[in-house]
Design a protein around this ligand. Structure first.
Ligand code: G3H
Length: 195
């Protein structure tokens, strides 16, 4: 069995300010996580010559992968964060104040709610299909460095969690979720590298 390692990018400067979306760089803490992750991956996958690192096309995942050396890196647009459309760059508080109908609609049905000119969780789940097919096909370990909403959907697929739970799955920063797919089912380990 070969592991799939799932992790969010290190903390970004927008995470610190509570802004969603955007394409910002890492905070100092996020940079530290990138180094710790590289250390972990290099130890964990030392003898795995065919392993690869998959990121989104956004800076915060690419920068999180930067300190990892010795493995090929692949950028997937399908691993980009949920597109918040007109709300991109706002805080949840700003959305609540300036667009209360949108805020309420999302709260009522977070799975189906689609940001104006953006995406819903269902849209994200659909665009992940080619990524999942490729992950299933790989024989070697893969490290997936992506974003909260996307990783909720990927994790739910492997952990067999129901659709309606997906938008609410806890997906903490600075934590690696290792999935092992064996003949008897899926096993999971978590490594919290820092707060
Ligand atoms: O920027 C988007 C967030 O990572 C997704 O979180 O779906 O809980 O608002 P949310």
């Amino acid at each position: 069995p070969r592991p799939i390692l799932l992790t969010r990018h290190g903390e970004s400067r927008d995470n610190v300010r509570g802004r969603i979306g955007g394409d910002n760089v890492l905070s100092d803490k996020g940079e530290i996580y990138a180094k710790k992750l590289a250390n972990f991956v290099e130890k964990r996958l030392k003898s795995e010559r065919a392993a690869s690192i998959w990121t989104s096309t956004l800076q915060r995942t690419i920068l999180t992968a930067t300190p990892i050396v010795g493995f090929p890196k692949i950028q997937w647009r399908a691993l980009d964060e949920i597109n918040a459309g007109v709300c991109d760059g706002m805080t949840y508080e700003e959305i609540r104040k300036n667009m209360p109908e949108e805020y309420d609609a999302r709260k009522k049905d977070k799975l189906r709610y689609r940001y104006p000119r953006g995406e819903s969780y269902l849209d994200v789940i659909q665009r992940l299909e080619p990524v999942i097919i490729e992950l299933e096909r790989q024989r070697a370990p893969v490290v997936v460095i992506s974003h909260q909403a996307v990783l909720r959907a990927l994790y739910a697929y492997f952990a067999d969690r129901p659709l309606k739970e997906i938008p609410h799955i806890e997906m903490p920063l600075h934590t690696i979720i290792e999935i092992q797919m064996g003949v008897t089912g899926v096993q999971e380990k978590r490594y919290k590298l820092m707060d």
